[in-house]
Write a protein that binds this ligand. Sequence first.
Ligand SMILES: Nc1nc2c(ncn2[C@@H]2O[C@H](COP(=O)(O)OP(=O)(O)OP(=O)(O)O)[C@@H](O)[C@H]2O)c(=O)[nH]1
Ligand SMILES: [Mg+2]
Length: 229
Amino acid sequence: MPPHLIDGEPHGHHHDRPRRDRRPGEALRVGIGGPVGSGKTALVAALCRQLRDQLSVAVLTNDIYTTEDADFLRRHAVLPDERITAVQTGGCPHTAIRDDITANLDAIDDLVAANPPLDLILVESGGDNLTATFSTGLIDVQIFVIDVAGGDKVPRKGGPGVTFSDLLVINKTDLAPLVGADLEVMRTDAERVREGRPTAMISLTDDPAASTVLAWIREQLAEAAAVTG
Ligand SMILES: Nc1nc2c(ncn2[C@@H]2O[C@H](COP(=O)(O)OP(=O)(O)OP(=O)(O)O)[C@@H](O)[C@H]2O)c(=O)[nH]1
Ligand SMILES: [Mg+2]
């Protein structure tokens, strides 16, 4: 099944939360959150592969006890080592991206210092549950990634990530027949709780370029460039 955007209107909704003050020339920071195993790191890898030749990209990962996600990205050489860094969050991954974001901000400073001027920084949150969201002091826009294997009830359950993220990604549509998930139900429920915010249904297995998410990121970059010059 091809990737599909539910809401085709790229600028069709109003921002409903405060935004970080981006200074001219600063990288756009995109948060990528969502439950354990939904495909956040796979999406980060896909985006890096697609964007690294045209843009200056860096990645920051948040893991609970390890640096596994950063190690995976390095092992697969999606970016040079100095463009990938990790924060080990200890017990509470959502605290590090929502409440006490100091370690993340320090890590971003380090990425900026170690590299030529950056256009884009992808910040992956430690996977935990449906309640994790990023502080607007840390990122400019956020993507929330859920997957089909979690069941077709997930969009209906809502939660801040599912409802208010700037882009909801429903990944692993290739698994729908295997787990008996109804994609049409997921699409309709997402549409209802999100009230016009966009949703992308994708399969990184079928579309390793993550084309709909990529198009959305390019749109965000263009919009950000128009604002700060
Ligand atoms: N079938 C299928 N598997 C996928 C897809 N996308 C990712 N996966 C697999 O799902 C597993 C988890 O993917 P990750 O990218 O590690 O997920 P994550 O959200 O980063 O996980 P945590 O960081 O541990 O929370 C991996 O084995 C991926 O290969 C997809 O579209 N279809
Ligand atoms: Mg991960």
